[in-house]
Design a protein around this ligand. Structure first.
Ligand code: MHO
Length: 222
């Protein structure tokens, strides 16, 4: 596999992040499923997901950026705890949350599973075949090997959370560039977008050592 892996930072200012599973113990999945803001939030709130980030992949041109995407696609990258959630679980969310039956006009938004290894390819192909036989329609979503993931600009990371600036700024001030790899940021980004249930939310809040002003601001949004 030629894939050059993104190396997550280890932000630790907040207990939830300090105690999060380290990158050496996680597995990684990469999906293209339309504008990457939505899946960043959806997967960020999913139990068993440890960190998320958005970026560009699936093309050949070097150093893509949002306004110079070349042949790349917007993707979400998900680090997960394989003892808590399976690749097949993530794929179920993936298939259910984009339209696999029609190829979008822009390559920027195409549906694609960028597999990290042969095991992932096998599960991806099996679930695609299941979907085709269940619906009797042919699936346009591609399954390809991930070559290289390029991290998107800061302002695209945890996009939903950025509309609660008190919290996003608090986390970014503490973490700087490592903000993107904060589990706290991933969860809150998901919760403010309406994902996750009350129990998950309260479990996070019980462990959240954010300043009171930031806590009450985020609660106001939930
Ligand atoms: N231009 C669209 C999608 C943004 S996404 C990062 C919007 O503003 O909603 O491609």
């Amino acid at each position: 596999m030629t894939q050059r892996a993104y190396e997550p930072a280890r932000p630790t200012d907040f207990a939830v992040d300090a105690e999060a599973l380290p990158p050496s113990a996680t597995e990684t999945a990469t999906f293209g499923m339309g504008c990457f803001w939505g899946p960043d939030a959806r997967f960020g709130a999913m139990p068993g997901v440890v960190r998320t980030r958005v970026g560009y992949a699936g093309g050949t041109e070097p150093d893509p950026s949002y306004y110079s995407l070349g042949d790349h696609t917007e993707v979400v990258q998900i680090e997960y705890d394989p003892d808590a959630v399976s690749y097949a679980d993530l794929l179920a969310v993936f298939w259910a949350n984009h339209n696999p039956m029609s190829a979008p006009r822009k390559r920027q938004y195409r549906g694609v599973v960028l597999v990290h290894d042969d095991q992932q390819r096998e599960v991806a192909e099996r679930t695609r075949a299941d979907l085709e036989s269940r619906t009797g329609q042919s699936v346009e979503t591609a399954i390809e090997a991930l070559d290289r993931f390029y991290l998107a600009e800061d302002y695209h990371q945890k996009y939903e959370l950025r509309s609660t600036p008190v919290v996003a700024d608090e986390l970014e001030d503490s973490y700087g560039d490592a903000f993107v790899d904060s589990t706290v940021a991933a969860r809150l980004n998901g919760f403010v977008a309406g994902h996750g249930d009350r129990d998950q939310l309260e479990a996070l809040f019980a462990r959240l050592d954010l300043p009171p002003a930031a806590l009450s601001e985020v609660r106001r949004r939930l």
